[in-house]
Design a protein around this ligand. Sequence first.
Ligand SMILES: [Zn+2]
Length: 145
Amino acid sequence: MAIFEGSIQEFHYFIGPRIRNAINNLTRKHRQNLKGICEGCGQKNELHSAHVHGRERRTIIETILKPYIDSKIINCNIEEAENKILNAHLPIESCFKFLCHSCHVIYDSNVKATKHSKESTTLPNGQNKESEEIEKVRRKVPLWF
Ligand SMILES: [Zn+2]
């Protein structure tokens, strides 16, 4: 029974890469099952794994570790914590969207736009900051955000 004792930063540093690998294996399998069909536009393309906003790996890890924290120090059974963290990523579709490059850019720009909704995105000449390319693709993308 291996025990981890340390700060959250140390957990990310020492245990984080192991968890990242395990998650990459999960996303790879799922992505292969999709056979290159983008979840955004439905076109066949090379797919990226886009993180669902609010379901990032670090966010999930920190949520799962909360019960193990006492005075900012985590004390946990590594295997148990790791299993809980991996389970919290399932189903994998709840944490990732599998998108082509264009849809990935749009997805991330929409997340940013939501995060900074109070900031103006209009340039002095009245044009929107978003490139024409994004606008072009956005028009053919369904509202799946
Ligand atoms: Zn797409």
